[in-house]
Ligand binder design. Sequence first.
Ligand code: AMP
Ligand code: ZN
Ligand code: FE
Ligand code: FE
Length: 299
Amino acid sequence: MTIPQDQKPCIDLHCHTTASDGALDPEQLVARAAEQGVTHLAITDHDTIAGLASARAAALPLGLALINGIELSCVWRSHTIHIVGLDFDHTSDAFNAALARQNDNRWQRARLIADKLHRLKVDDLLDKATAAAGGDVPGRPHFAQVLVEAEVVPKVAHAFKRYLGAGKPGDVKACWPELEEVVGWVNAAGGIAVLAHPRKYRLTATRLRELTADFRRAGGRAIEVSVSGQSSGDLGFVAELTRREQLLASQGSDFHFPGAPWCELGRIQKMPEGLDPVWHHFRQPVSASSAQSGAWNSR
Ligand code: AMP
Ligand code: ZN
Ligand code: FE
Ligand code: FE
């Protein structure tokens, strides 16, 4: 299908493909986004832009505007934090060099995770997780999948709860760069750094305000306000934080795989009033009546 030219923008600025831990490859993801009525999409794979070229090729004939995206891992006061980068120059040498280092960090972390989970006695854990990642560097969801297949745990959620989630043995943070550094990479490549899913870090309100203030001081410009599966209380809290820190507001589904009723491409809570949308600040701003344009896809 091709998106009709007269419809309102439907904007999803956070999702994953097989280039990281998503289930759909970039072409399949773009096709599904178009079916769901998404007009402006950013694919934000963990620490890689490997899916962007094929996504761009798939988006062009569908009239779907693809915004450059990534989700970068970093550390702030011993918490793993995710920074979404949007609308950066994907040809920047410095940015690509930083991503190459981040890929090395991911491999180092994968080896450490496998070591930490050695006592579970799953044979060839790292190799199996690597295979689950399609031969690329495995993330925690790939380790979780192997633990399910080895019947160490019944479900992925249990794997996170016992072995891979925050504070558990497989939650290795030592490999990530500091928040300030990662925000700097995005800014140096002309992009916008967005603090991803702020309520997912299980920080107290005070700590989250401190994180947000540090993020802004580091050059961060936006917060994900509207994300899937968030309570209306959390939505209001994050909206207020965003206003107070005078940051831009982003939104995204964080879609990883089909079949989860709480998470679908383009299906996002309505953004609260009085916020400045991040997409008004893209190099090619998305306006209320914005029809998609091929210019997005040719960059
Ligand atoms: P990684 O970048 O390898 O640390 O993996 C992060 C990803 O793990 C997130 O984007 C989610 O897809 C997944 N994840 C994190 N926590 C959980 C959890 N408690 N249950 C299921 N998946 C999770
Ligand atoms: Zn993920
Ligand atoms: Fe994330
Ligand atoms: Fe994500």
